[in-house]
Design a binder for this molecule. Structure first.
Ligand code: APR
Ligand code: PHB
Length: 393
């Protein structure tokens, strides 16, 4: 039986937990992080990879952007395809900011490397993680570390353990209000060993459903197809995937797609979810543990990073013994930003997808919104500001 003591106990080595432990370390605050999966597993998980400039700026400020700066792809705009035509939205001309394409698992690798180099307490493969005494002054984190049942006495616990984690579920019923929505949509994502057929992202609205051409590097493409919410991967042999991508991304003057071996594939059912507040006693929820956005705008990582930043600053103020209760501000500030991120992701989902209950009437409304976006600089500027995550609060 092991007994440890730390200031902040962190559950989960996704972007939220890793960044929080790194930021706390920079503030001189100790943490112990427990992750259920192996290091190899978390470093290989492929997720959305569009990084807002404010996220890049934060990672740069805290010394985590070395590889991102050399390998990330800077994007100034994107292409919208609908009605068989191509339209460019020049986000940088409209807002002065850019976005960066860089794999989320690469950010995770960079964060783990930084924590390991700093001698941080990171434990992988931890089983049976539980939390207790959340409403007292000394909450407790427990888990089995390398076969040894261990108790960690903490000042605070941060639940950075994603939607399926243990933290949110440990909060007594009735203390949180959950808001959730299931979209009747799924995304089939493929990572492909082939050069992208485009320099910028292509969002394509098609009568058989949405398609997205993204990328990870000059040699690796990332492509998505809208599919049914409960679709089975077994129904999508490679030839069907490529045919759908070719058809849905086609325009008369478009570059043909570059095909190649599919390195990774998966289907994600789309949903939106938020709990309020993002705190119970001395337990704080961060990132996907508290909120999920549909992936249309790739906001998940950016929102998680913003949460971790807010919470790290609040802990720093608390340990610095400033005035008032800096921790009280965390949940309201994070929720405000997360509702903005969710509302925009919801709107972008409706703008781009073909919903199963679409009628000629709703399809024409959707087309009218798309037309407005490519015709009105005011509409495009407002969209680009939200797409790039500028002024979310
Ligand atoms: N004990 C320990 N670790 C756990 C437990 C548990 N009971 N349950 C889950 N975890 C771990 C998961 O294995 C995972 O590594 O918590 C981590 C949560 O990481 P993420 O799911 O990546 O969540 P977060 O860090 O908030 O990052 C949000 O990830 O889902 C994407 O698109 C989303 O970009 C967003 C980002
Ligand atoms: C991605 O590359 O994973 C990606 C990019 C942009 C999006 C969504 C996902 O809007």
């Amino acid at each position: 039986m092991g007994v440890l003591r730390t200031q902040v106990g962190i559950i989960g080595a996704g972007p939220s937990g890793l960044l929080l432990s790194h930021l706390l370390h920079l503030h001189g605050i100790e943490s112990v992080l427990l992750e259920a999966r192996s290091r190899e597993h978390v470093e290989r998980r492929v997720r959305a990879g569009l990084i807002e400039q404010r996220t890049v700026d934060l990672l740069r400020d805290v010394g985590l952007a070395g590889r991102l700066d050399s390998e990330g792809l800077t994007h100034e705009g994107f292409e919208l395809r609908f009605g068989g035509r191509r339209h460019r939205i020049d986000c940088t001309a409209l807002t002065g900011q850019t976005a960066t394409l860089y794999g989320q698992q690469e950010i995770v690798k960079d964060m783990i490397a930084a924590r390991v180099a700093a001698g941080g307490a990171l434990h992988f493969g931890v089983t049976d993680v539980t939390v207790a005494d959340l409403d007292g002054d000394r909450p407790v984190l427990r888990g089995t570390l390398d076969g040894t049942p261990t108790t960690i006495a903490c000042d605070f616990i941060a639940g950075c353990d994603g939607y399926h984690g243990v933290a949110r579920r440990s909060i007594p019923s009735g203390r949180l209000t959950a808001y959730g929505h299931h979209y009747p949509l799924g995304w089939l994502g493929v990572l492909v060993e082939a050069p992208p057929a485009t320099r910028e992202l292509i969002y394509s609205v098609h009568e058989r459903g949405f398609a997205l051409h993204s990328m990870r590097s000059p040699r690796i493409s990332r492509l998505y197809l809208q599919v049914d919410r409960d679709e089975n991967l077994a129904n999508w042999p490679d030839e069907r995937i490529w045919k759908e991508l070719r058809d849905r991304l086609a325009t008369d003057d478009a570059q043909p797609l570059n095909e190649g071996p599919i390195l990774e594939r998966g289907i994600t059912a789309m949903r939106g979810f938020i709990v309020e507040p993002m705190r119970y006693g001395r337990l704080f929820l961060v990132g996907d543990a508290a909120h999920i956005v549909p992936p249309s705008a790739a906001k998940g990582l950016n929102l998680a990073v913003a949460d971790a930043r807010l919470l790290a600053d609040a802990f720093a103020a608390w340990y610095g013994r400033g005035d008032g209760d800096p921790l009280a501000a965390y949940s309201p500030a994070a929720l405000q930003a997360n509702w903005r991120g969710l509302e925009f992701s919801h709107r972008m989902t409706h703008l781009l997808h073909r919903f199963p209950d679409a009628t000629p009437f709703t399809s024409r409304l959707q087309r009218s919104r798309l037309d407005q976006l490519v015709r009105s600089t005011t509409a495009a500027t407002a969209f680009a500001e939200e797409y790039l995550g500028i002024a979310r609060r």
